[in-house]
Design a protein around this ligand. Structure first.
Ligand code: FMN
Length: 167
């Protein structure tokens, strides 16, 4: 079983998860680890992306669309984490880039800390609208995300990939 781990990470969170998955599969035949590129010849593709405006990145979407007759596992990190419903929504979108000839063998999400400029935006907004509950929720979520991915997320990612590949 030839395995490729293909991911896109802007600030490092998704890379942490990608590396953890690689570590969990160290005894397996990993033929590629890195950013999307053409002509990766594997049986199983473990594909990961950070979440950009509710979706995977353009590079990952394009890469997923290029796959046919493969086994695909997907992992993602998202700033607004913690809710399964949100992750399901995100993955439903990702699914639309996976052609029917492939077999989706599983997916995994965890929360990932967000850039400081996003907090600055919320702080600006809360000054303008001090009673806005949604902005407060966003700030709380920003703070909650700061420690992620944490050791628990890493362990969960490792367990996830080992269980779906049965290794
Ligand atoms: C421009 C931009 C857009 C984002 N959009 C979303 C989003 O729609 N939903 C979400 O949950 N997180 C969003 N995030 C947060 C990132 O997906 C999250 O911090 C992720 O863990 C970053 O992963 P990376 O460190 O691998 O780049 C966004 C971050 C940026 C910078």
């Amino acid at each position: 079983m030839k395995i490729a781990i293909v991911y896109k990470s802007l600030t490092g969170n998704t890379k942490i998860i990608a590396k953890s998955i690689k570590e969990a599969l160290q005894k397996q035949n990993i033929i590629y680890f890195g950013e999307p590129k053409d002509n990766i010849d594997a049986d199983v593709y473990i594909v990961g992306s950070w979440t950009d405006k509710g979706d995977a990145t353009e590079e990952i979407k394009k890469f997923l669309l290029s796959l046919e007759n493969k086994k695909i596992a997907y992992f993602g990190t998202a700033g607004f984490g913690g809710s399964n419903e949100y992750y399901i929504k995100l993955f439903n979108r990702v699914k639309s880039y996976i052609k029917k000839s492939n077999k989706i063998i599983g997916y995994f999400y965890c929360q990932g800390k967000m850039p400081e400029k996003i907090r600055q935006k919320y702080e600006y907004l809360i000054k303008e609208h001090p009673d806005d509950k949604n902005i407060k929720i966003s700030i709380d979520n920003f703070n909650k995300a700061l420690t992620h991915p944490d050791l628990n997320d890493i362990e969960n990612a490792k367990k996830w990939i080992k269980s779906i590949l049965e290794v």
